[in-house]
Design a protein around this ligand. Structure first.
Ligand code: B12
Ligand code: SF4
Length: 540
């Protein structure tokens, strides 16, 4: 009999802001990669369920899974806010199918394995899951003795046991090609830019050589930056082309890091030689972008259409404390460089760091207006959130700054911690900052009648049409704001009476600071992290 595995991308209660605002939903690469890992272990029947793309309720997803009767159910905790939903699904499926093995993995599960086990999972994969899921698959066919698999957590007699840490995969080219055959490309859209966009995800690297204090990427991927070869990336693009995708989201957290400028140039050349017709999206740092305008020009010629730029703050002091290592003039220059090459620029900024003053917030909002004038097309003000695994999570826990442990609220759009400014005021500033950016852009465009250049023109025409069509949804979202605002105030008030217990803090600290990967001799990070003084020092 063939063993059956289902991998699930869950939704979280607030959903993905990219989907609700921009109609942007790329393929669930994490679970497609895991599906390929298991598929290649041999003899398995593998399928995926994507709650986000299917737009189905928790009840419906449970019914679907139970009906299919899997032997293994893997759920990705790609976002902390999916915690409760995932726990409820795993528990209900286990109740109906007591023999199923439920496994959680991903950024959130990696740092809070005991919370996932308490929520109803049998196993938690810590960090990179490719080898772990393959080992689980092999063990499922044997004695099911999971305790000998490295990189796992499980419950034994009410205690959370962690097996030895795994080694990082040193050669990413050794991974199987993602199982794109398991999903229908038509469901992965970028609505804001038109109806026929199908977005595949390709990762050309894992990790980030920087260490911003709020980011869980560096700890999740082991503070080592590893990349795939150009040939392998081209092979993945060919696969995406075969399955009918016309957009690619390069999921790398930083698409260009200083030592890979030449390698990227080579990739762009190969993309053009191969004659791919993809438009692509990449996440960039402002410093590298501003210093390499010629590289951006080549990237745009090779298909770079949308760039996410992490600007974070308009206050140099705040950026320094975040260990961001970026200066505001670099952000302005980066926006200009991208925009002048016809690239659509989406800026990410944050409000609510514990050391941020009201004046800093005003500076950020003012700076976002300057970015709009420099050519930024869209902006998201998120809330500085202590996510499990980050240094700030540890600090917030030990210093009593968190005012809720309701994981549903950890969607980086909702305040969960105390700072110099009251969280409700932070939320008001988020609302004001976001809308002032768009209102300013709208009126400025009307007055100046500045037309975007090249291919960007058609995209922006589509975006304008989409915005008008979506207006009732945006207005409905705006109307919900007072309720969100009052909810934050209520949670905050409750927390001043109901403190998080010392026991909870102790338990959370115990797991969140654990070593995720075995250190490999002779394989150290050749790149850098940014010190508080803004200077580079060698990574570790
Ligand atoms: C692409 C992406 C998106 C896409 C698609 C999301 C997705 N993954 O399905 C979109 C744009 C929709 C998106 C949205 C959001 N995202 Co996002 N996203 C990413 C990004 C850049 C890449 C993810 C990826 O595909 N990586 C490559 C694959 C191969 O890795 P992976 O999915 O992590 O899977 C590997 C391991 O984690 C592990 N694993 C994962 N799941 C499982 C499950 C099992 C059973 C096992 C065994 C192992 C395992 O094994 C896999 C193979 O090694 C990451 C950053 C990053 N580099 O990881 C942020 C990231 C995951 N996103 C993040 C956030 C915050 C969000 C949003 C909440 C933002 C928002 N406010 O709207 C939403 C949430 C969406 C939702 N509704 O839940 C955070 C999550 C942090 C956290 N703890 O919550 C990250 C880490 C970014 C960051 N810098 O902080 N995102
Ligand atoms: S540059 Fe900073 S925010 Fe971006 S992925 Fe790296 S550590 Fe995270």
């Amino acid at each position: 009999m063939r063993i059956k595995a289902i991998f699930l991308r869950p939704s979280n209660p607030t959903g993905s802001a990219y989907l609700t605002k921009f109609g942007f939903l790329p393929v669930p690469l994490g679970i497609l990669q895991l599906a390929a890992d298991v598929r290649d272990a041999g003899g398995w029947h593998v399928s995926v369920i994507d709650m986000e793309a299917d737009s189905i309720s928790e009840g419906e997803v449970i019914e679907q899974i139970v009906k299919q009767g899997p032997d293994l159910l893997g759920i990705t905790l790609h976002a902390t806010a999916a915690h409760s939903t995932s726990g409820r699904i795993a528990t209900a499926v286990k109740k109906a199918l007591p023999d199923v093995v439920t496994v959680a993995g991903g950024h959130h599960a990696t740092f809070l394995p005991h919370e996932m086990l308490k929520a109803g999972f049998d196993l938690v994969a810590i960090g990179e899951g490719d080898g772990t899921i393959r080992d689980i698959a092999i063990e499922m066919e044997g004695k099911r003795n999971f305790s000998r698999i490295p990189g796992l957590a499980y419950m034994d007699g009410g205690r959370c046991i962690r097996t030895e840490p795994r080694e990082l995969i040193t050669n990413l080219d050794s991974l199987p090609l993602p199982a794109f055959e398991l999903v229908d490309s038509a469901r992965y859209t970028f609505g804001v830019f038109g109806k026929d966009n199908r977005v595949a995800c390709i990762e050309t690297s894992r990790g980030c050589p920087y260490a911003c204090d709020f980011c869980s990427v560096t700890p999740t991927w082991g503070n080592k930056w590893r990349n795939k070869s150009v040939g392998r990336t081209i092979a993945e693009m060919e696969l995406a082309e075969k399955y009918g995708y016309n957009w690619i989201f390069f999921t790398d957290d930083i698409f260009v890091v200083p030592p890979t400028v030449e390698m990227r140039r080579n990739l762009f050349k190969r993309i053009m030689e191969r004659g791919f017709r993809f438009r692509w999206i990449a996440q960039m740092r402002a410093d590298i972008t501003s210093k390499n305008p010629d590289l951006i020009k080549k990237a745009a010629e090779a298909g770079l259409t949308v760039a996410f730029l992490g600007v974070e703050s308009g206050s140099q002091e705040v950026l320094k404390k975040m260990h961001k290592g970026i200066f505001t003039p670099q952000s302005l220059k980066a926006v200009q460089v991208l925009s002048s090459n016809g690239v659509v620029v989406l800026v990410g900024m944050m409000l609510g760091a514990p050391y941020e003053t009201f004046k800093d917030m005003l500076m950020s909002i003012k700076f976002s207006n300057k970015l709009a004038d420099a050519g930024a097309d869209a902006l998201q003000f998120s809330i500085y959130t202590p996510l499990p695994g980050t240094r700030i999570f540890y600090d917030a826990l030990t210093q009593g700054k968190l005012f809720t442990l309701d994981w549903d609220r950890y969607d980086i759009l909702t305040p969960v911690s105390r700072g110099k400014v009251h969280p409700s005021i932070v939320q008001l500033m988020q609302f004001y900052g976001t809308y002032s950016f768009y209102v300013r852009k709208f009126f400025k465009n009307m007055l100046v009648r500045k037309k975007p250049v090249g291919a960007k023109r058609d995209l922006m025409l589509n975006a304008t049409r989409y915005t008008f069509d979506m207006m009732p949804v945006y207005i409905r979202d705006m109307a919900k704001f007072p309720a969100h605002f009052l909810e934050t105030a209520r949670k905050y008030r409750e927390a001043s009476r109901l403190k998080i217990s010392n026991e909870d803090v102790k338990e959370l600290v115990q797991y969140t600071g654990n070593i995720i990967y075995k250190q490999i001799e002779g394989f150290s990070n050749p790149y850098f992290i940014i010190g508080e003084d803004g200077k580079r020092r060698a990574g570790h």
